[in-house]
Design a protein around this ligand. Structure first.
Ligand SMILES: Cc1cc2nc3c(=O)[nH]c(=O)nc-3n(C[C@H](O)[C@H](O)[C@H](O)COP(=O)(O)OP(=O)(O)OC[C@H]3O[C@@H](n4cnc5c(N)ncnc54)[C@H](O)[C@@H]3O)c2cc1C
Length: 487
């Protein structure tokens, strides 16, 4: 694995995950296969490809593939992705960059055009399906004519450089990230030199040739090509695309950030940033988010590590920036670390020994009730708070974080085994959450069963795994307002 930080070349080069030189260089353009980082700015893989193209005086082409390769993706996810990518494509075309939308198997599509490229760049993905496709491309003998570079785009501190192993908890990763955070946050995008205009050097056999301005036309094309039914799934209110991501962020900074440290857990207050769908689809970068917050709040970006690390003494906006950066950087990158280093991240085998043992010890404890998946999906449990959370998810495509913890924990009380509870949560989270199918989702589900946590006092069913109950919700929050909102 390539783990050397080459600071003096340009910043995106320091985010290099691996590289391979061509056996016999050929090709007439630089190709960036965009998959994880679906954005036209603050994108280290795109910057790297652009810089390389400028140095080689070759045109740059970007290819994006709509594919059924994405596990569990639903129509609503494709739609969200499509609206964002149409905007990204328009942004790229304005910069003289060729942009191609293809449909099919990701490996086949990219291989079919990369063998005419001089350089192939792709962004890194942490999930096993993403890594499998990238490994195949990287190892493909058919691509012997192009140099291949894989660049980390989504973590503030690239996961393989933050730690060389699976971390036990946020505390152990936090120390490692804080030691190098300022370096990564203060990186500057390389000045982009002019590129030769992209022309007909890259012409995928079957690509979308219509307009990107009218996403309905693109949507009909993609749906036909992928044999997707006419049903569109829930119409969520969150608007897709990098421009909406930035508008949402600015609204959060202006109206809610100052209360984030103290009020973000209140399920009926809207104090969260709603960045997770945009982060999941790579429509915004975490470095961009922190940079924008620091700029708007007049705080030097280098102070972020100090704000996260401060145990006490902070108040107001500074305290909130620290709390927010803890979630956005430490917790999110802990989830990436989990999926990157633990091959079992989708199952209960990924849980720590103490959690598996205590849950097993309580397997024969009587359950409160038992529900089928379909009854839970329809929010038909006996727990009114759980049902309200499920309805919030079904209506909006995003459940409040605090309710997500409660929602996840409660399912175990209704399932005969941990594995069954695990698979129900994965199914619902991946199907309905716009930000689902993400490293954060797998880590969040595992957390419900003890991952990244410590043992607590023992109790039925849960053993020593942390428990959350309705009495706690009622004591802390106005739960009647929450229920009224979603029923
Ligand atoms: C059972 C369960 C399932 C979850 N599934 C997902 C999922 O599929 N996708 C997802 O992005 N998050 C998931 N989370 C984590 C968390 O609930 C969401 O990240 C958060 O609610 C997103 O809303 P926001 O962007 O408004 O958050 P904010 O509070 O504004 O946080 C800003 C960003 O910090 C990160 N963040 C916040 N909380 C966490 C956390 N606990 N762990 C890791 N990163 C965090 C996210 O990237 C988030 O966008 C899950 C949590 C649980 C308990």
């Amino acid at each position: 694995m390539f783990a050397v930080i080459r600071q003096n070349i340009h910043y995106s080069h320091s985010r290099l995950y691996r590289e391979k030189q061509a056996q016999k260089a050929g090709g007439t353009f630089v190709l960036y296969w965009m998959q994880q980082a679906q954005r036209a700015c603050h994108n280290p893989a795109l910057d790297f490809a652009r810089q390389t193209a400028a140095e080689l005086r070759l045109p740059l082409h970007v290819a994006f593939v709509f594919s059924r390769d994405i596990p569990d993706a639903q129509t609503a996810h494709y739609r969200f992705m499509l609206e964002g990518i149409a905007q990204t494509g328009l942004d790229l075309k304005r910069q003289n960059i060729g942009f191609h939308i293809m449909v099919g198997n990701m490996y086949d599509c990219i291989r079919s055009i990369a063998d005419q490229a001089r350089v192939l760049v792709f962004d890194h993905g942490y999930l096993s399906w993403q890594r499998a496709i990238r490994d195949r491309l990287y190892d493909s003998a058919a691509l012997s004519r192009c140099d291949v570079y894989e660049i980390d785009t989504e973590a503030v501190v690239p996961v393989h450089l933050a730690s060389s192993r699976e971390e036990y908890s946020a505390a152990t990763l936090r120390r490692k990230i804080l030691a190098q955070l300022s370096l990564w946050l203060s990186e500057k995008t390389a000045n982009s030199e002019a590129l030769p205009a992209a022309g007909a050097e890259c012409t995928p056999k079957s690509e979308y040739s219509g307009s990107l301005t009218h996403s309905a036309e693109l949507w009909n094309w993609v749906r036909r090509q992928l044999n997707m039914g006419a049903e569109t799934g829930p119409a969520y209110l969150i608007k897709s695309g990098s421009n909406h991501a930035l508008d949402t962020l600015k609204d959060f900074i202006t109206h809610h950030l100052q209360d984030y440290a103290t009020l973000r857990n209140h399920p009926n207050l809207d104090i969260q940033s709603c960045m997770s769908p945009y982060l999941h689809f790579g429509q915004i970068s975490p470095i961009q988010i922190i940079g924008q917050i620091c700029e708007d709040c007049n705080v030097p970006v280098e102070a972020t590590a100090e704000l996260i690390g401060a145990k006490a003494g902070l108040q107001g906006t500074q305290q909130s920036i620290g709390a927010f950066a803890e979630e956005l950087i430490i917790r999110r990158e802990l989830a990436m670390n989990f999926c990157y280093y633990n091959p079992d991240y989708e199952s209960s085998s990924s849980l720590p020994d103490w959690a598996r043992k205590t849950l097993n010890d309580h397997l024969s404890d009587p359950r409160e009730e038992e529900y089928s998946l379909s009854r839970l999906e329809l929010a038909e449990s006996s727990d009114i708070y759980w049902n309200a959370a499920q309805l919030e998810l079904m209506h909006t495509g995003k459940m409040h974080n605090y309710m997500r913890m409660y929602w996840g924990k409660r399912v175990l009380a209704w399932c005969p085994s941990v594995d069954e509870a695990y698979s129900i949560l994965a199914y619902l989270n991946n199907k309905y959450e716009l930000d689902g199918r993400d490293a954060n989702g797998w880590a969040g589900i595992a957390w419900c069963f003890g991952k990244h946590d410590r043992p607590w006092a023992s109790r039925p069913i849960y053993g020593m795994v942390r428990y959350m109950n309705a009495a706690g919700l009622k004591r802390k929050f106005d739960m009647k307002a929450y229920i009224d909102k979603w029923h």
